[in-house]
Unconditional design. Structure first.
Length: 430
């Protein structure tokens, strides 16, 4: 089996890019991001409350990303082989929705690790399958718009989630009995430390359940099963240029640490001025700002991508990330400083997530698209594991500045390499 370029795909082009599937996938990701970003916004503060370190937070996030990445490749290949993707996509969303609520019961960081790994295992299953279904739902020339719309919907949930967390933290300060009542019926938890955060983790079940419901309403174009598909043969059939693209993604990923470390950085720097609860609320708002910018930037960044060399365009986004990491390295105890660099964080993550997703189908045809997206997940996961562990470890050993400087230098190297990767258009032209 040999790889073919996207113009050979037999899938007919839908008439409208903003169709039922694109809207439903946007809603599904909205509720799912609402769920896990609501927890992410307060996770660093919760870990401080139970005595966990920055190194343990980096290890948790890196391990979860690594677990998700290898699952993405297996799930993507399996969906190519069996000819359908929706059922496993539903399973993935359900796993993520349920696993985050496990944080409610954590008395030490190992249970957070278990919950994060299970939740990201679900993300690993659903990610490449959903992206492959989304790519098949629109014409090749409209993929930038569709992925930009999807990321905007995804990130709108990432805006509402931290805002909900902020509101609950504020409510915990003014009406603590009301918030305590949410977890009061749970044995052994009502009097444990960090009760405000535990209530938030438990409430993530609501948007999580809605994410599962909406993905059930989506449809897919089932293909003829290819039970003779061989794993390593399929991997080897991925185009050489695409493998080079993945190497550049991996290098940049080794700088792209988990956003929880940004939240922790803001919390620790601002705590001396605002106090622990005030810093926690401000960090949640700053993370919300990052996600607002992410949501606002995703569609225009995706829509513009068809006008440029996609790899050089992506390299610009990587360079913005390197600048952002420097801002966190030399952070000042000023809310205004963090407003600037959390906003830049929103810009670069919109660039990265949207354009990486669009670029896959520039190289890989629909019959092995699941494997192609899975391979992208592995590249990101390897890099994410390394970056979160290294940045968290450098933080614990030498202070936060060195970890963020490392991220800036490696991120810049990733941008340079990506700019040199051969690009293909949506029509398979070099």
């Amino acid at each position: 089996m040999t790889a073919s370029t996207p113009e050979q795909d037999p899938t007919p082009a839908p008439e409208r890019w903003l169709n039922r599937n694109v809207i439903l996938f946007g809603l599904t990701s909205f509720f799912s991001d609402f769920c896990h970003e609501m927890a992410t916004a307060v996770l660093p503060q919760f870990m401080q409350a139970i005595g966990a370190s920055a190194a343990s937070l980096g290890f948790i996030e890196g391990s979860a990303d690594a677990a998700a990445s290898f699952v993405k490749l297996g799930a993507g290949f399996h969906s190519d082989k069996i000819g359908h993707r929706k059922a496993w996509t539903v399973v993935g969303y359900a796993l993520t929705a349920g696993a985050i609520s496990l944080f409610t019961f954590a008395l030490a960081w190992p249970l957070i690790l278990i919950g994060r790994v299970i939740g990201w295992f679900g993300r690993g299953i659903r990610g490449p399958l959903r992206d492959a279904m989304l790519a098949d739902s629109v014409a090749p020339a409209d993929r930038g718009k569709a992925f930009g719309f999807h990321r905007a919907g995804d990130t709108a949930g990432a805006v509402i989630g931290p805002l909900a967390a902020f509101g609950l933290l504020s409510l915990a300060g003014s009406h603590p009995r009301f918030v305590k009542a949410i977890t009061a019926w749970l044995p052994g938890i009502a009097h444990a430390g960090g009760w405000q955060f535990r209530a938030i983790f438990l409430l993530t079940l609501i948007p999580g359940a809605l994410s599962v419901l909406t993905v059930l309403l989506a449809t897919e174009k089932k293909r003829t099963p290819n039970h003779g598909l061989k794993f390593w043969q399929t991997i080897r059939s991925l185009p050489r240029d695409y493998r080079t693209f993945l190497l550049a993604v991996t290098l940049f990923g080794m700088a792209d640490f988990a956003p929880t470390l940004m939240i922790l950085r803001a919390t620790t720097v601002l705590e001396s001025r605002l106090g622990i609860l005030g810093a926690a609320r401000m960090a949640a708002l700053l993370y919300t700002l990052r996600n607002i910018v992410y949501a606002a930037a995703s569609f225009p960044i995706g829509a513009l991508s068809d006008r440029f060399s996609r790899t050089r365009y992506l390299a610009v986004g990587y360079a913005v990330a390197a600048l952002t990491f420097l801002g966190f390295a030399f952070a000042l105890p000023s809310v205004g400083w963090f407003v600037i660099f959390f906003s830049l964080a929103g810009v670069f993550i919109a660039w990265e997530d949207t354009i990486e997703g669009v670029a896959v189908r520039d190289y890989v045809r629909t019959e092995i698209a699941g494997t192609g997206y899975g391979a992208l997940g592995v590249a990101n996961g390897i890099g994410d594991f390394a970056s979160s562990v290294i940045v968290g470890g450098l933080w614990a050993a030498f202070g936060p500045m060195l970890g963020f400087v490392y991220a800036a230098l490696v991120g810049l190297a990733g941008a340079i390499v990506m700019a040199r990767v051969p690009a293909r258009s949506a029509h398979g032209e070099r």
